[in-house]
Design a protein around this ligand. Structure first.
Ligand SMILES: N[C@@H](CCC(=O)N[C@@H](CS)C(=O)NCC(=O)O)C(=O)O
Length: 208
């Protein structure tokens, strides 16, 4: 049995959804933002971030993209990733890292502006710039997605779930959908998958 340390609606969502798609049972432990349980969690992940995943053999993983890539490869029957020698593999890794490093980090700057400067007066300006970057991130994504239906064209993969998670965090999801109808259609397609929809509901994320 694996253990997933997470928080409702957070970066643990994509890992939870990938585990659900793979039909893998997991114990899900909710980590609060502060208090004794959070302090105890620092022994698991010294950065205090979620997700963290304890594997069946007791070893620990941090970094959501690493978990997603690992799990999708470990359970190929779920068909969540092109094999290492398959044509879509390079694009799969490219977009996985794009969402996990570029888009995720722009979101963290938007939601935690105080961490970017010792001067609280800088907060609004950091947030405004982060929002510009998030909007640009989604424009880049929309242009690459085209009519899809998925990021890897006809092939659904875990990177589509990663993208949907980041979209669900958009400060104004309706505005992103209005600017990019192809992203709206992609999001709807991904969250309509029964396993993904169940995890979205558990995490109180938007289903459309
Ligand atoms: N690079 C990490 C980022 C994890 C991360 O920043 N998680 C956020 C939740 S979405 C978090 O725990 N934030 C709380 C905090 O930093 O205090 C990953 O992809 O797993």
């Amino acid at each position: 049995m694996m253990t997933l340390y997470g928080r409702e609606g957070s970066g643990s969502v994509v890992v939870e959804a990938v585990l659900a798609e793979c039909n893998i049972a997991v114990e899900r432990i909710e980590i609060p933002r502060k208090g004794a349980a959070f302090e105890a969690y620092l022994a698991v992940n010294p950065r205090g971030e979620v997700p963290s995943l304890v594997m069946a053999d007791g070893s620990l993983m941090t970094e959501s993209a690493a978990m997603v890539i690992y799990l999708a490869d470990l359970y190929p029957q779920a068909k969540l990733a092109p094999a290492a020698d398959a044509p879509g593999r390079a694009q799969y890794l490219r977009w996985m890292l794009y969402f996990a490093t570029s888009v995720y980090q722009d979101n963290l700057r938007y939601y935690y502006p105080a961490r970017q400067s010792v001067d609280p007066a800088h907060g609004p300006s950091i947030k405004a710039r982060a929002l510009e970057k998030i909007n640009r991130d989604f424009t880049i994504f929309a242009n690459a997605l085209g009519e899809g239906p998925y990021i890897l064209d006809e092939v659904f993969s875990a990177v589509d779930i990663y993208a949907a998670m980041l979209l669900s965090w958009a400060p104004d999801l309706a505005a992103v959908f209005a600017r990019h109808p192809n992203i709206e259609a992609h999001y709807a397609r991904v969250v309509a998958r029964p396993s993904v929809a169940a995890v979205w509901k558990l995490n109180a994320l938007a289903l459309a």
